[in-house]
Design a protein around this ligand. Structure first.
Ligand code: PFF
Length: 454
């Protein structure tokens, strides 16, 4: 198959690592991981999470990258080509469709939440210029959710930012943006961390976050850790397969895969260490999570620290979401390009579709708040349930089976060049047995939970 993708290529190994880390590091790391860890057994949860990354997520990440690099096209066509070459059923391309569906659904609500972060960044910016800012954080968040126009506006702004990057293509759009945004993200995180260290509460925060409480590790918690590992590494929806399609031949997949997983986990841990000392300093005891931690507790702290910190934090969150959302839009856009569409139109059409779907999530907090599909609290939660709890594990399961059992071993081995034999063997067995069993367990429990709630 081709040595280059028609969509363009990452110019270097570093460019790929930045792009894939950009996809991985998002709202999931900075918002979700810290409160999941603190609510579910601290260090014990972190250990379980690391286990899930190493034994389940990483093997699937390697598989997505290897399949993508073989096919060099959007997931649907990559799976068609690779299946044809290996004499496997063309029906595996359905996995590509499933991934695109998951991406569209996730982007639809991800953009709504990212819109909240933009709105907050804007409020702090205005405060610096004499605006009133956020005087009563609880009320501000409530007002935002009850205001459809505001929600839809910021959802549109975020989607426009996403489409701008994807429309410019792999080199001029995706690569250029991550080369700028990822160092900026790291700097912002370090600045915030520096402040947190200066409060003198890092030790306390670390205890709160990492003190292991193995009593809290129930089967349900293990499964949530696995789900979080999947979401955080952007797996199961062929985003990484698409990024793998633009990966130069000579780059070692195991090496970059491990680098991305380490960066993703490292940033999630650092985010926790940046957030909790601030909460302790200004609000006394560290409080639990959910949307409240980021959109009400932290703003109360920022009110005392100064608007600059609020601005810094919400810009950081917006940037993290932005480099993730481009990887949610790219697979579907690449597919339309392969069908003969011009890239700008393809990206715009897909973004419009996701924006339109996202309206339901946005309106679910106000006009449509009476609708609670699938027994969930809101339309956003229901969409999240379908995409994250069902489609991503199904996607991951199919990827593991496809790579582990259906593909030609020799050709798969070629993609893993540079890996010693034992690494390859362990990888194959994790893909064949461990990952499918673990992911099936997640699926069964999540489905059971979902059915119970309906
Ligand atoms: N990994 C992102 C996060 O942690 O916020 C979310 C995400 C991005 C999931 C891209 C899936 C994806 F394809």
């Amino acid at each position: 198959m081709d040595n280059r993708s028609i969509h363009g290529m990452w110019s270097s190994r570093l460019a790929f690592i930045l792009a894939a880390t950009g996809s991985a590091v998002g709202l999931g790391n900075i918002w979700r991981f810290p409160y999941m860890a603190s609510d579910n057994g601290g260090g014990a949860f972190v250990l379980v999470y690391l286990g899930c990354v190493a034994l389940v997520a990483l093997p699937i990440l390697f598989a997505e990258l290897a399949i993508g690099r073989r096919g060099r096209r959007s997931p649907i066509n990559t799976l068609l080509d690779v299946s044809r070459e290996d004499g496997t059923s063309r029906r595996w391309s359905g996995l590509g469709w499933l991934g695109i569906l998951a991406g569209v659904l996730i982007l639809s609500f991800y953009s709504v939440v990212a819109g909240w972060t933009l709105h907050y960044a804007w409020l702090y910016l205005m405060q610096l210029f004499g605006g009133t800012g956020i005087t009563d954080p609880g009320a501000t968040f409530g007002e935002l959710l009850s205001n459809p126009r505001e929600l839809i506006f910021w959802h549109a702004v975020f989607m426009a930012m996403t489409v701008m990057v994807v429309a410019l293509g792999v080199e001029k759009g995706l690569e250029r943006s991550v080369k700028l945004l990822m160092p900026a993200l790291l700097l912002m995180l370090l600045a915030l961390l520096g402040y947190s260290v200066s409060t003198g509460h890092v030790g306390e925060a670390a205890t709160f976050l990492f003190k292991p409480d193995f009593g809290k590790i129930t089967p349900g918690v293990v499964l949530s850790a696995m789900g979080q590992a999947f979401f955080s590494l952007s797996l199961g929806m062929c985003a990484m397969m698409t990024y793998g399609a633009y990966l130069p031949r000579d780059v070692s997949i195991p090496r970059v895969g491990v680098a991305v997983a380490l960066a993703d986990t490292g940033i999630a841990l650092l985010a926790g260490l940046a957030i909790f000392p601030i909460v302790i300093e200004f609000l006394g005891t560290p409080t639990g999570g959910g949307a409240g931690l980021i959109f009400t507790s932290l703003p109360s702290a920022f009110n005392k620290m100064g608007a600059v910190f609020g601005l810094l934090f919400f810009v950081l969150l917006s940037v993290a979401a932005w480099t993730s959302s481009i990887s949610l839009l790219e697979p579907a856009s690449a597919y339309l390009v392969e069908r003969g569409w011009n890239r700008k139109r393809a990206a715009l059409a897909m973004a419009l579709l996701c924006w339109g779907l996202g309206l339901f999530s946005a309106l679910g907090f106000n006009v449509l708040s009476g609708i609670r599909p699938l027994g969930q609290d809101s339309i956003l939660d229901a969409t999240n349930l379908i995409a994250n709890d069902i489609l991503l594990p199904v996607g991951g399961l199919l990827i593991a089976i496809y790579a582990g059992w259906r593909l030609n071993r020799q050709r798969l081995r070629e993609q893993m060049h540079g890996a010693p034999g034992w690494v390859y063997t362990i990888w194959i067995w994790l893909l064949r047995v461990v990952a499918p069993l673990a992911v099936t367990a997640v699926l069964v429990v999540k489905l059971y939970d979902a059915i119970q709630r309906i």
